[in-house]
Ligand binder design. Structure first.
Ligand code: GDP
Ligand code: ZN
Length: 338
């Protein structure tokens, strides 16, 4: 295996220099099993354990490796030890209630993803607001979004839905496909390239599994025999970082499949940067954009430079994120009470 092929680039090279001086070797986490990590490195596939020091120094679970991470390892094939984690270029995480602490803890699901396919069905289930929410999640992760409208074979006028999405988010790449009928898949190859890591998210039933099978083929490589070096035995391990036959890597794990809304307030502003910018021009800092004088948003709505629908989506997303954070703190408070 070649490091470039695994997604290695200047960013990681730079951050690896201190490890390099210690004679460590880079590897990328493929999956986490109960008693070991599976990783790919220049010299092949290995089982590895965490060094006691790394485990001891971890302040939270987010300081431990997950699929997609680049790590620094030492040792030979018999005893690979993970001694450090490189900074993450992008990460998907969710807030989970921690048993030990009163605050919610960050659970990292996967890292160093370049491109995320946001899959949505062009059937009765089509929901533009849901796409906007997934966009928020991807924006927060640091990866690049690509919107995929699937099941175009079920839609009499796929171009209507496509245009609706394009109007709302003109800058996000958009493709209409039928994963089932294998239509429109060719353009997706531009994202499935050597050294780039791709994953997909979307609600249940939109066709994610069907598309995954189209991308990585029948041989899922997802579970396989791993050589247990030193002892000459073979063990079975799952693989969540998967080579795509034509080039590139694919991350597929249960956590990514069930990614849903867990964003933070700031991300609503990021997705709706134009609205955030307008609200900075309001006369009052805490303007609610309802009745206040000098409200830049009300003015834009009146003048038609801001789309009413878009503003409604912005408010809805803000509300949902606010509810989410209230729920979170309620959970934390309940735990104080016992
Ligand atoms: P997932 O839950 O997102 O993984 O969705 P699946 O891949 O399991 O697909 C859900 C259902 O939609 C299955 O019955 C698929 O055969 C069907 N499906 C997936 N892609 C398409 C498509 O492009 N067109 C049509 N008509 N059905 C599709
Ligand atoms: Zn205002």
């Amino acid at each position: 295996m070649n490091l470039d092929e695994l997604g290695w680039d200047n960013f990681f090279e730079e951050h690896f220099s201190s490890f390099h001086k210690k004679g460590l070797m880079p590897g990328r986490i493929v999956s986490e099993e109960k008693t070991f990590f599976l990783l790919y490195s220049e010299s092949g596939e290995y089982k590895a354990k965490l060094s006691g020091r790394l485990r001891f120094n971890a302040k939270s679970r987010s300081d431990l490796p997950v699929v997609g991470d680049w790590v620094a390892v030492s040792g030979d094939s018999g005893k690979m030890v993970i001694r450090g984690i490189l900074p993450r270029k992008s990460k998907f995480s969710r807030k989970v209630a921690s048993n030990l602490e009163l605050v919610t803890e960050e659970q990292v699901i996967s890292t160093n993803i370049d491109t995320v396919f946001i899959v949505s069905g062009m059937d009765a289930d089509f929901n533009i607001n849901r796409i906007m929410r997934y966009l928020t999640i991807v924006a927060e992760s640091g990866a690049c979004p690509v919107i995929i409208l699937n099941k175009k074979d079920l839609c009499a006028h796929p171009e209507y839905l496509r245009d609706e999405v394009r109007k709302k988010v003109p800058d996000v790449p958009l493709h209409t496909i039928s994963a089932l009928k294998k239509e429109g898949l060719e353009p997706l190859n531009q994202y499935l390239v050597r050294g780039k890591t791709v994953t997909l998210i979307g609600s249940s039933g939109v066709g994610k599994s069907t598309l995954v099978n189209r991308i990585i083929g029948k041989e899922r490589q997802a579970v396989g025999e791993v050589r247990e070096d030193g002892k000459g035995r073979h063990i079975t391990a799952k693989r969540e970082l998967i080579f795509i036959p034509g080039g590139g890597l694919f991350i597929d794990n249960p956590g990514m499949r069930s990614v849903s809304l867990w964003g933070e307030k700031e991300s609503a502003d990021e997705t709706f940067e134009d609205i955030a910018e307008l609200s900075r021009q309001c006369k009052f800092k805490d303007c609610t954009h309802r009745t206040e004088p000098g409200c830049a948003i009300k003015k834009a709505l009146d003048e038609g430079t801001l789309d009413e629908e878009r503003f409604k989506n912005f408010l809805k997303l803000k509300r949902e994120l606010a509810v989410l954070s209230v729920k979170r703190s309620q959970r934390a408070r309940m735990r104080v009470g016992g």
